[in-house]
Design a binder for this molecule. Structure first.
Ligand SMILES: [Zn+2]
Length: 442
């Protein structure tokens, strides 16, 4: 007994000595929980994990450590984007894209999106709506270390009443309660991480309940569109776990009965927080992008894409002012701040999500823009915004004891950027250091 204990101790120690050790030294650490940042921080990374956290004064740096200076930088958990679409990449014509690109989603488009996210400091992302086999394959190859990319949590196909013509590969229709149960079981068996619902106001209440209850039976949370008042009402009744978008088109605010229903839900502590990704930056910044848009020529979004694909995407928004997708956006824009504040005041917990991949919105640029609009346009506290891009998403995904904050014993998903992000959140547009699971990618 003692001998085997000794033996395993020896094994453990010698194994530990072989793991590469990194020390991030000097920067101001914002750990993701939301409290006062730690100045002159030291983070010791051993292999994939965070081993110890302290300050230059309090923590000894192991002799074998590879020292990475973070002097003058903000150090924070790798960001999360809770609403991305890796199967698209800024092309403005969806019906064309859905005809031409499906054969290379798995090997080119989705991996390129995931890598672009990673290089932008987004170490985890919730991918909401793509073909099932491709979603699982890309996620698993990233997790196995075969290809670089943000850790993906995938929904696979959209679940809705009826797929739009030509989108059947990544939108599954629901016809009746049994069909709902079967399709959700099929997703669960394939290994998705959550379920994405849209147009749930077109389903019967029984179908919707079957979708949500079956998902919950398999420990899958349900993300639902909140574009129309009835989608929100029915979603709340059925018990969905997160709403998406700042919807209701150009209507000035959420109606009173919807707000009452939301407050009824947020009043129930036993159900946990009500989560919401408002995904505002694509809408808020549309006019700016239309009239300026030099950043569209930035090659950060070319990573992983062949020249012909880049040209095809560029060509699709040659006339940025004529895109049907954004026809009504200028009318919606002034309503966004009111709606986002209604949600905050009702006790909803907002998370950073962007709809990245929609026309002219690239995975290399979306996430910091969402943070920027929240903080610099809507006056949201920067620490609240950072928490909404780190701690809360990991909690929602059920992995908060593994990632989401810079904490001893968690995976080392850490970014660093020169300057003070609490003062200037837009510094996040150019992160200097990206580490995922202990490996430095930037
Ligand atoms: Zn979306």
């Amino acid at each position: 007994m003692i001998r085997s204990l000794l033996f395993s101790l020896v094994c453990l120690t010698s194994f530990a000595q072989e793991l590469p050790v990194k020390a991030l030294v000097g920067g101001t650490l914002i750990d993701g929980y939301g409290s006062t940042p730690i100045q002159n921080s030291v983070i010791i990374i051993e292999g994939e994990m965070i081993k110890a956290i302290g300050t230059i004064e309090t923590l000894d740096i192991p002799e074998n450590a590879d020292i990475i200076s973070t002097e003058g930088m903000s150090v924070l958990p790798g960001l999360w984007d809770m609403h991305v679409h890796t199967m698209i990449n800024g092309h403005a014509d969806y019906s064309y894209w859905d005809k031409v690109y499906p054969p290379i989603l798995e090997d080119v488009i989705m991996p390129s999106s995931a890598e672009q996210l990673l290089m932008a400091g987004v170490t985890s992302a919730r991918d909401l709506g793509a073909p099932l086999k491709e979603s699982i394959s890309v996620r698993d190859r990233i997790n196995n270390g075969e290809i670089p990319g943000a850790t993906l949590y995938v929904s696979g196909p959209f679940i809705q009443k009826k797929p739009y013509p030509g989108t059947e590969a990544f939108r599954w229709g629901i016809n009746g309660v049994e069909d709902a149960k079967n399709k959700i079981k099929k997703l669960a068996d394939a290994g998705v991480d959550c379920v994405k619902l849209i147009d749930q106001d077109q389903m019967t209440k029984a179908e919707l309940k079957a979708v949500v209850d079956t998902a919950h039976k398999y420990n899958l949370k349900v993300v639902a569109h909140g574009h129309r008042p009835q989608e929100i009402r029915m979603g709340l009744q059925a018990g969905v776990d997160c709403f998406e978008h700042t919807g209701l088109s150009s209507a000035p605010r959420y109606p009173d009965d919807v707000m009452e229903a939301i407050k009824e839900r947020t009043a129930q502590m036993n159900l946990g927080p009500l989560f919401w990704c408002p995904t505002v930056e694509g809408l808020f910044n549309y006019e700016y992008v239309r009239d300026n848009g030099e950043h569209l020529d930035n090659d950060s979004w070319h990573r992983g894409l062949h020249d012909t694909i880049i040209a095809d995407i560029k060509n699709s928004f040659r006339h940025k002012d004529r895109l049907p997708y954004f026809q009504l956006t200028p009318v919606r824009k002034p309503t966004l701040e009111t709606k986002i504040k209604q949600l905050i005041n009702a006790g909803v917990v907002l998370m950073i999500g962007t709809d990245s991949g929609i026309p002219m919105k690239f995975h290399s640029q979306s996430t910091w823009n969402e943070l920027d609009v929240w903080v610099n346009e809507f006056g949201i506290d920067p620490m609240y915004a950072i928490r909404a891009a780190t701690y809360w998403p990991s909690l929602w995904m059920g992995v908060s004891n593994e990632v989401g904050t810079v904490t001893e014993g968690k995976y080392a998903d850490i970014i660093a950027v020169k300057g003070d992000v609490l003062r200037h959140i837009d510094l996040l547009q150019d992160v200097d250091i990206v580490i995922k699971h202990g490996k430095q990618y930037k």
